[in-house]
Design a protein around this ligand. Structure first.
Ligand SMILES: NC(=O)c1ccc[n+]([C@@H]2O[C@H](COP(=O)([O-])OP(=O)(O)OC[C@H]3O[C@@H](n4cnc5c(N)ncnc54)[C@H](OP(=O)(O)O)[C@@H]3O)[C@@H](O)[C@H]2O)c1
Length: 429
């Protein structure tokens, strides 16, 4: 016999609106597959008078979001409103009332994850967030359950579709950053205000969650160094392609004997690496561990339907737990591992300099790198009139040493511009 579960939504925009349509329109196929029937009983929104592209009964849409989490007919709460407030406190209220909560809110989880997970553990109910990273790609459950026994060393992710679309456009069409961004906005791949995406902040929240789940040490959003793609130049895309690399915005999460680290920045990725072939708005997560070697998860990282599929999977999972009636143990625990500051992480750099094309310049530059403890792996030169573009790829050195070398290059009179510095996914890092 089917069991009916009452659903309350916080938010009914791109993800929430799609979820409501799916819960209503696909109820028979969901029931046939799971034996579960869902009834949407309350939906909290900012403006209940706004036209919606789904139909629900009178009184279900409300601006009183508190009533969604306290309504006794709501068995499971789905938070798809986004932002830190009031989403965080509403989730805590729901969990403390013993209701399972599903959230797609990476920003909130990266900021308050341990508090929300502890509240769920104390109440013995699930708090699930499969949609928070990678949209429609199953990655949270594989990391926290399937791979719970693997000593994961590294997670690399292309976890922001907007920036991957822009960089792919620059690569495929030779477009400049501004044109590629405008095209992404025209096609709906970038928001009118793209700051959260192009600055790397969105990917940093996702990197925090990936690192925390992969390593079992809590890494919060404040622990993640990030840089965006706004200074990536069409020349760098072209030079990188010429040397066999693609430029990608990569979330890098590492575990070594010294501790764990998560960071987000543009990277030159060798074209034979699986992440180099991830094009357009697609997302991907590449996981390395001693027993599994490597795994690649890829697919649509955003969009109403893919994200609603991930949320729906969590809703079904939580409904099964609810009906089983058992206390639910948390799927993940966080230890007190050390977070290694980014300055102490070895990195390899691609540096593009505009220099006077005259004897001795390369020697002065090499000397500054040497003084900082950085050794050069490769150098290319391309002459432009009486100047030259000098491209240097370094061996692995501490991030702090690389930065010292770059600062000192700026003091050499023949160096007119440090046009770009981009880290490299190289053999030593
Ligand atoms: N969109 C994606 O592809 C995607 C992918 C993965 C994860 N996510 C995450 O999913 C969440 C929702 O994203 P979305 O794209 O669906 O957002 P959205 O389209 O902007 O929808 C947000 C919804 O929440 C409601 N809302 C926002 N603030 C509220 C407040 N203070 N009080 C009451 N209601 C409020 C809005 O009400 P009104 O409708 O009345 O304005 C709207 O219905 C975010 O955490 C996002 O990061 C989204």
């Amino acid at each position: 016999m089917e069991q009916t579960i009452g659903i309350g939504l916080l938010g009914a925009g791109t993800v929430g609106g799609t979820l409501v349509r799916r819960l209503v329109g696909e109820s028979s196929s969901i029931a046939a597959k799971t034996g579960l029937a869902f009834d949407v009983r309350r939906i909290g929104v900012r403006d209940a008078t706004r036209p919606r592209d789904f139909e629900v009964g009178a009184g279900i849409l409300t601006e009183d979001t508190q009533s969604v989490v306290t309504d006794p007919s709501v068995d499971i709460v789905v938070e798809v409103m986004g932002g830190l407030d009031p989403a965080g406190d509403l989730i805590l209220t729901a969990l403390r009332a013993g209701k399972p909560v599903i959230s797609a809110n990476k920003e909130l989880i990266a900021a308050r994850g341990p508090e929300l997970i502890s509240a769920a553990a104390e109440a013995g109910v699930p708090f699930l967030f499969e949609a928070a990273v990678g949209g429609g790609i199953p990655i949270i459950r594989p990391l926290s359950e399937t791979l719970a026994g693997e000593s994961i060393d590294r997670v690399l992710g292309i976890v922001n579709g907007t920036t991957n679309y822009i960089l792919s456009q620059m690569d495929d069409e030779g477009a400049g950053y501004a044109d590629a961004l405008a095209e992404a906005q025209r096609l709906g791949f970038a928001e009118p205000d793209p700051t959260a995406d192009v600055s790397g902040a969105d990917a940093a929240a996702k990197a925090a969650i990936l690192a925390s789940l992969a390593f079992g040490t809590w890494v919060g959003s404040d622990d993640v160094y990030y840089e965006g793609i706004t200074s990536i130049d069409a020349d760098d895309i072209a030079f990188a392609a010429g040397f066999g690399y693609r430029i990608k915005l990569v979330a890098v999460c590492d575990r070594t004997d010294a501790g764990v680290n998560a960071r987000v920045h543009p990277m030159l990725v060798p074209e034979d690496h699986p992440l180099a072939g991830i094009r357009g708005a697609t997302n991907a997560v590449f996981i390395e561990g001693p027993a599994i070697d490597s795994l690649l998860f890829s697919g649509p990282g955003a969009g109403g339907d893919p994200t609603a599929t991930a949320v729906l999977g969590d809703v079904i999972d939580a409904a099964r737990e609810t009906l089983a009636g058992a206390q639910v143990a948390p799927r993940i625990r966080f230890g007190n591992g050390h977070i290694v500051p980014f300055e102490e992480i070895p990195t390899e750099w691609y540096v593009r300099l505009v220099v006077d094309d005259q004897p001795g310049v390369l020697a002065s530059i090499a000397s500054e790198f040497g003084k900082a403890g950085v050794s050069i792996r490769q150098v290319w030169q391309e002459d432009v009139d009486d100047r030259a573009s000098l491209i240097i790829v370094t061996h692995g050195s501490l991030e702090s040493e690389q930065r010292t070398a770059i600062d000192s290059l700026k003091g050499i009179p023949e160096v007119h511009d440090v046009a770009s510095v981009i880290r490299v996914l190289g053999p030593e890092t």
